[in-house]
Design a protein around this ligand. Structure first.
Ligand code: NAD
Length: 385
């Protein structure tokens, strides 16, 4: 199949920059896609960070330490940007103004003011496609639930719970990094770090809360700085947001949680939707399984646990009996982005990557959550249509 080659530059060659490179390197795993990312340039402020890309990707033609020089390269079509949150506004705006398409990492700005500046740049450049990285909805089990929501299968929604939990900060001897500092991660703390993953589907489903009551906690208050001293650990470790949703025809509570300290959890992303006619649940703890409970008046209430086959949004070599995992979800997200760059609204399947508007909605909720935690009050949220 003739494929449209999309020439990518990567800004930020850390953890996530490498994940994209790994997906691009196994693009042959996708069997029916007519576009392909080619990483031709990489940029990191730390020159040592680009070494891995040069060693492993034959496609890299140029390396940079100054992202502005990379943006001046006219042969680059699109950018993946994965840098600390304090740099999102400046770098994303420059990318968008350069006319290159952008898949940017969440949370799309360190705070709501930064996010607003990014949104204004997007408004000024409507021809540029901008999407926000968020991969978990591409698990086949989650796609199954997205389908059920689209079919209105749930009856009256009783409640929704969604969360992203891990325990990587339970160890108090773990050295501090930029994600534990307000200057680089932002005042949102764990919400800015993990929250877009949790809000992606609720925002896609139109479940924007009318109000939020937040409980934010700091559990480990200082950490080693790696140089023999202890330094303050400034950001929120865990957040529980109790929201009220009213969509006009549905009113229900929605509990969202992001936890960096959840003992026993490695990278647990989950969503649970309870309804009067149907309930469903998916968690990455059991990534093959979807639980569902159909209910008819007076009938039996029993959970059905189904192994979902490897039936991804974009077809792959992997047979249906096998398991789907984290790196598969990243590959699928990238397939959706490249498909959208190539075909715009005529994508091969309908589930597109998270939009800037969905990311902006997450900022609206996190900002209200900070106020709620500060005042101890429930904060009303108003949404512009
Ligand atoms: N989608 C996901 O599952 C996921 C997972 C982890 C992190 N993230 C997001 O990815 C982004 C980066 O996180 P990470 O974990 O990859 O961080 P990281 O610290 O591993 O990598 C960030 C890189 O950015 C580089 N950098 C810093 N300033 C720069 C500049 N001015 N120009 C170019 N490069 C610069 C750093 O040197 C570093 O190599 C964040 O927005 C984070 O929230 C997303």
């Amino acid at each position: 199949m003739q494929k449209k080659i999309i020439r990518f530059g990567v800004i930020g060659c850390g953890l996530m920059g490498k994940e994209f490179a790994s997906s691009a390197a196994r693009w042959c795993h996708l069997t029916h896609i007519d576009s392909e990312p080619r990483i031709v340039a990489v940029c990191d402020a730390n020159p040592a960070a680009t070494g891995w890309f040069q060693d492993n990707l034959a496609s890299v033609e140029a390396t940079y330490t100054d992202y502005k020089e990379m943006l001046a390269n006219p042969t680059i079509d699109a950018i993946y940007c994965a840098v600390p949150h304090n740099l999102h506004a400046e770098i994303y705006i420059d990318i968008i103004e350069s006319g290159k398409h952008l898949l940017g990492e969440k949370p799309f700005g360190i705070d709501q003011a930064a996010n607003k500046l990014i949104m204004e740049a997007i408004d000024r450049n409507p021809h540029v496609i901008v999407r926000c990285s968020s991969e978990f909805p591409f698990f086949p089990g989650v796609q199954q639930i997205v389908g059920w929501v689209g079919e209105n299968k749930f009856g009256k929604i009783i409640e929704v719970e969604a969360g992203f939990w891990h325990s990587s900060d339970l160890d108090p001897t773990k050295t501090i990094n930029w994600k534990r500092r307000i200057a680089t991660n932002g005042e949102y703390g764990c919400m800015g770090d993990l929250g877009m993953h949790v809000l992606h589907l609720p925002m896609r489903f139109g479940w924007k809360p009318n109000s939020v009551r937040a409980l934010l906690s700091k559990i480990v208050r200082e950490r080693p700085d790696g140089k023999g001293e202890m330094v303050p650990c400034e950001t929120w470790d865990n957040a529980i947001l109790a929201c009220e949703v009213d969509t006009g025809d549905q009113q229900f509570p929605m509990v969202l949680s992001t936890k960096r300290i959840a003992p026993g959890h490695a990278n647990t992303w989950f969503i649970r939707i309870m309804g009067t006619e149907f309930s469903a649940e998916f968690t990455t703890k059991n990534p093959k399984q979807v639980r569902s409970l159909p209910y008819k008046t007076g009938g039996v209430q029993s959970w059905h646990i189904t192994d979902t086959p490897y039936k991804s949004a974009y077809e792959t070599l992997t047979g249906g009996i096998f398991e789907f995992g984290f790196s598969d979800s990243i590959l699928q997200m990238w397939a959706a982005f490249c498909d959208e760059l190539t075909h715009r609204s005529k994508m091969a399947q309908p589930f597109h990557c998270a939009t800037p508007e969905e990311a902006a909605s997450s900022h609206h909720i996190f900002t209200a959550a900070l106020e709620s935690n500060r005042t101890g009050q429930t904060i009303s949220l108003h949404w512009e249509e």
